[in-house]
Structure formats: structure tokens, C-alpha cells
Design a protein around this ligand. Structure first.
Ligand code: M6R
Length: 366
């Protein structure tokens, strides 16, 4: 049931404060001093001592995995590799018994991800799952895992599943960071507090829907688009581009902003919209220079900024504000405007938002 919404995708975008709260439920203590992930408690020693974590996924779930890489390395200091399941399974990857594999999948039925974990399991690794659909094939194949509890996702374009996956990865990385001694009690409690504020901060962004729709109108006839981000927001740039491609059929590319000068900058002219993730974090100054580089070539800049940013407002063609937050949880906020933009542009172009051409909700063929 779509309720008052025209499409499932829009409903699912709006559900995110609640779906993230469902992901938290029963897993965070009131005083923020404890994260409890019952599904992985039995394998916590293996994860804590892991030599390496390999994340396997496809599509949007792979983007969530990339955010996980930044989180695990920052907070838990465990080396992470993020692999497309389809590539991993068909090469001859080196897998050790003390590797921990995390499969991320909304449906739990993606053929490539399932085959990849079966292969890694045969070689003795510990296999975890981060899945949304309870009892699906991937969770049945894993040793342990954490369900996202985002509720059924009907729109082919993944939205709330992504934010719930990132929420689980954030909780896991903090838990491991504390267990491994890299996060002090104070840092940990502070970060958990930052995470629990996310649903309310998303509520604020949802109120900007009409304003974002107006901005989207300007770009509905674009044929190409670039998405740029750095650090935690690089995977969000990839996700923004995928969303635009799959539902509005506009060619879009996501790039780490610093890579722009190694090629994609040649594409920039007055017809190129460039969506820049530019919230206040440790690469802020650098992203400001990237915006200047785009403007110097007459590109159109739509920047996602921290509320109150006056510097970028003067340079960009449009800004969309998100509430201030710790940089590690910024993907959960900054992805929301990008979901809205793809949704509105797709509707304006008359596309079938919930069932885009050539796509299925779960890809059970290899
Ligand atoms: O069910 P899964 O998370 O394993 O699905 C993976 C991809 O097929 C999926 O994320 C796909 O890229 C979505 N259409 C993205 O919106």
C-alpha cells in the first residue's frame, strides 16, 4: 500500500526516519554506552581478531559496503576490501580462515552475492550477512548476521535499505572500535549519540522536498550528470549517480572529487550539472576548490552543504542544506536529497519510477 504517496519509492524515502529507528531498535542502550548486536555475538571474537574484512555486494548494497570500508578502517583499524560479488566469485581470490566476509544484500537473493559467499565459506572464512529480508537465501548461508529491519522495500531503486545497511555498518564499526580499544568510552558514547540523532535530522531534510523538487526541475532535461564527493561521501556520490541512471535514464557518473582532474573534468561545460557533496568535514577546503574548478568551466553546481554554509552558497548555482553532524554519519543525511532529486526528475520525465525498464528488484540470475 502506497498510502498517500504516488510511488513506493517516494513512500520509502519518507519512511527513512522510521526505518532507521527500526534498525536501532533494541540495539542501543538509553545512555548510548552500549551497542548490542545479538546476531553476531557468537562470532564477535572472530570479528575482533580478523586480519581483514572482505565486503561482498552488488549495486546499492556495494555502495553501502564502501561506506563500511571507511568506517571499519577509521574506528576499528581493520583492513577492509569491498568487492563486487560478481568479480570476486569468478577470479581466484585469496581467502584465509581468519578473514571475515560480510555479504550485504537487501533481498538476500542476489545470485552473485550468494555464490560468492558459498565459495568463501568452502575456504573456511567466517561469513556474516547484512540483509533485509528475513529467512532469505543469503542469511541462511551465513554463520551469523544482522538484519536491517527496514521493512519491505518495493521500489526497484533502493533507498531505505541503503540507509539501514549503512546504519548497521556504523553500529558494527563502533562496536568493534570499542572492543579493539581504538575508541575511548567518551568517543564511543559521543558517536552513538550522533547516530541516534540521524532520524530527526532526516525529518528536517524531508521538509525540504518541495524546494528540492524546484531545483530538480532545472535539470530535468539534462543528458549527463556528475556526482562528486570525498571520504565518507565518495560512496554517496556513486549512489546518487546510480539512482539517477536507473530511474530517470540520464547518464550519470559518480567520482571521488579529486579524480575529476584526471579525466572527467574534460566533460564539464555549461550543460553539465555537477552534484557536489560538500558538508563540513576534514576535506571541506578541498571540496570547495573542486567546486571552483567546476565553476571556472561554467558547469552547474548543485551542492549539498551543512546548514548555514555561506561560502559555498556564493559559488554554487543551488545549495541544499542538511543539518550539521559528525562526518562518519554524513552519508545517512546527504544521500536523502540525492534520492529526492532522482525521484523528481524521473517523475518529470514520465519514467516508471517503481519499475524502471530492464531492471528487477532482485537479480537472481548471474
Ligand atoms: O538485494 P540486493 O541488495 O542484493 O541487490 C543488489 C542490487 O541489485 C541493488 O542494490 C540494485 O543496484 C538496486 N536497483 C539499486 O537501486
Amino acid at each position: 500500500d502506497k498510502g498517500p504517496y504516488e510511488h513506493f519509492m517516494l513512500k520509502e524515502i519518507y519512511e527513512q526516519p522510521l526505518s532507521i529507528e527500526d534498525t536501532f531498535r533494541g540495539r542501543i542502550s538509553m545512555d548510548h554506552s552500549k551497542i548490542f548486536l545479538g546476531g553476531i555475538i557468537d562470532v564477535l571474537p572472530q570479528i575482533t581478531q580478523a586480519n581483514r574484512i572482505i565486503i561482498l555486494a552488488c549495486g546499492t548494497s556495494w555502495h553501502a559496503g564502501l561506506v563500511g570500508e571507511y568506517l571499519f578502517e577509521e574506528f576499528a583499524r581493520i583492513p577492509v576490501e569491498v568487492e563486487y560479488a560478481s568479480e570476486f566469485r569468478y577470479r581466484n581470490p585469496v581467502i584465509n580462515k581468519d578473514d571475515v566476509i560480510i555479504a550485504i544484500s537487501q533481498s538476500g537473493e542476489t545470485a552473485d552475492t550468494l555464490a560468492a559467499i558459498k565459495m568463501a565459506k568452502e575456504q573456511g572464512a567466517t561469513i556474516l550477512g547484512i540483509c533485509n529480508v528475513a529467512g532469505s537465501s543469503i542469511p541462511r548461508e551465513t554463520h551469523a548476521g544482522v538484519y536491517t529491519h527496514a521493512g519491505p522495500e518495493i521500489g526497484v531503486a533502493s533507498t531505505k535499505a541503503f540507509t539501514s545497511q549503512v546504519t548497521v555498518l556504523t553500529m558494527m564499526s563502533m562496536l568493534l572500535g570499542k572492543t579493539r580499544g581504538f575508541l575511548s568510552k567518551e568517543e564511543y558514547t559521543h558517536l552513538v549519540g550522533e547516530l541516534t540523532q540521524i532520524p530527526d535530522k532526516i525529518r528536517t531534510i524531508l521538509q525540504a522536498d518541495d524546494e528540492i523538487k524546484k531545483i530538480s526541475e532545472t535539470y530535468q532535461h539534462a543528458t549527463n550528470a556528475l556526482y562528486l564527493g570525498r571520504g565518507y561521501l565518495f560512496p554517496v556520490a556513486l549512489e546518487g549517480a546510480l539512482k539517477l541512471k536507473e530511474i530517470s535514464y540520464i547518464h550519470a557518473e559518480g567520482y571521488p572529487a579529486a579524480e575529476m582532474k584526471h579525466g572527467p573534468i574534460a566533460l564539464i561545460d555549461e550543460n553539465m550539472p555537477v552534484f557536489v557533496l560538500a558538508t563540513k568535514d576534514k576535506s571541506y577546503e578541498k571540496i570547495v576548490s573542486n567546486i571552483q574548478e567546476v565553476k571556472a568551466r561554467n558547469g552547474k553546481v548543485i551542492a549539498i552543504v551543512t546548514k548555514g554554509d555561506e561560502v559555498i552558497k556564493k559559488m554554487a548555482d543551488h545549495v541544499i542544506e542538511v543539518p550539521d553532524c559528525h562526518e562518519a554519519v554524513a552519508p545517512l543525511l546527504t544521500v536523502i536529497p540525492l534520492q529526492f532529486i532522482s525521484y523528481h526528475i524521473a517523475v518529470m520525465r514520465g519514467c516508471n519510477v517503481d519499475q524502471p525498464r530492464n531492471l528487477a528488484k532482485s537479480v537472481t540470475v548471474e
